[in-house]
Design a protein around this ligand. Structure first.
Ligand code: HEC
Ligand code: HEC
Ligand code: HEC
Ligand code: HEC
Ligand code: HEC
Length: 172
């Protein structure tokens, strides 16, 4: 009888596992994007340690479709005289002095053909954490959900929200 359990079959077996593992890891982390930001902003410092509410900075979430990312004017309420020795804060002062917008890199982004509203979800009691994860513990912002159609629909189904295409897609 032929021997099946040879070192090379064992090698193949583990090789296959490694490949599957790598494919799985890629799939899982495929959307876990981070970005190098113009200023190394840290949510843990501000949301957890200083206990600032999300809407203190993301001021449009309750009023509009967008959440809004704050500009230097808002940061200067504190950083006019906090942490001036920090290089990051010096960079913030530069943007402020030159009245230049801080070119924050976007992380969560839907294609233009999808309608989405922060106001609408907030009104219905959907919390930031359900879609953006535990931001208060993120030193670096990352995307924790795929933002694919099936992700939206899974939650809508569980909450009995309308499923017709025009809910999320503007019809021409
Ligand atoms: C309510 C006050 C407040 C606001 C508003 C605020 N910060 Fe801060 N920030 C602080 C404090 C206090 C610290 C120091 C925290 C510590 O080290 O414990 C800090 C720390 C930082 C640091 C780390 C500095 C270093 O090198 O250690 C950066 C970068 C920073 N803030 C950027 C920003 C930006 C950008 C904004 C606007 C989007 C902003 N902050 C808004 C109070 C504030
Ligand atoms: C002191 C101001 C401040 C507070 C408080 C704050 N944020 Fe932010 N947030 C920022 C800044 C500045 C950025 C852009 C830089 C970055 O991505 O880290 C940002 C980025 C984000 C992004 C990514 C936006 C994108 O698509 O690029 C999300 C999501 C977010 N914040 C959610 C939250 C949530 C949830 C809370 C409350 C737990 C919160 N933030 C509290 C200032 C703040
Ligand atoms: C139902 C899911 C959901 C909830 C709840 C939610 N977001 Fe978002 N958020 C998104 C999606 C999806 C995007 C991308 C939107 C786009 O590209 O049009 C986004 C984008 C953002 C951005 C990027 C900038 C912008 O203006 O859109 C910030 C900042 C943000 N969210 C913060 C928050 C905060 C703070 C809360 C809670 C008050 C919150 N979000 C609640 C899904 C959600
Ligand atoms: C964590 C749960 C959750 C996720 C994830 C979620 N939604 Fe929602 N969505 C809701 C709830 C709850 C409502 C409110 C339904 C109602 O009005 O009764 C809603 C309402 C909406 C509405 C308004 C519907 C109307 O009739 O006015 C739109 C548009 C929408 N969602 C789009 C999206 C899109 C696009 C995504 C994915 C990018 C998404 N949602 C992800 C929970 C969610
Ligand atoms: C709850 C919100 C929601 C509903 C309901 C919904 N979609 Fe979508 N749809 C999305 C989102 C989010 C995307 C973007 C996914 C991505 O980035 O590729 C999308 C993408 C698409 C695309 C582009 C696919 C691609 O691969 O580029 C088509 C076509 C589409 N939807 C058709 C429909 C049709 C037809 C219906 C009704 C049967 C429907 N959608 C219902 C949220 C929704």
């Amino acid at each position: 009888m032929k021997k099946w359990v040879t070192p090379s079959t064992i090698g193949c077996f583990f090789g296959l596992f490694l490949l599957l593992g790598a494919a799985y890891a890629y799939h899982w982390h495929g959307y876990q994007k981070t970005q190098v930001q113009p200023i190394a902003f840290n949510h843990t410092l501000h949301s957890n340690k200083l206990n600032l509410h999300c809407t203190y900075c993301h001021i449009y979430t309750e009023k509009e479709n967008q959440a809004g990312i704050p500009q230097s004017q808002m940061c200067m309420e504190c950083h006019k005289d906090i942490k001036l020795e920090s290089l990051e804060i010096q960079r913030l002062h530069q943007y402020w002095k030159q009245s230049q917008p801080i070119p924050w890199m976007r992380i969560y982004r839907l294609p233009d053909f999808v309608s989405f509203s922060h106001k609408r979800h907030g009104e219905k009691g959907v919390e930031c954490i359900e879609c953006h994860g535990n931001v208060s513990w993120m030193h670096e912002m990352r995307q924790i959900a795929s933002l694919q159609e099936d992700w939206c629909i899974a939650c809508h189904t569980s909450r009995g929200t309308p499923q017709d295409c025009s809910t999320c897609h503007k019809l021409p």
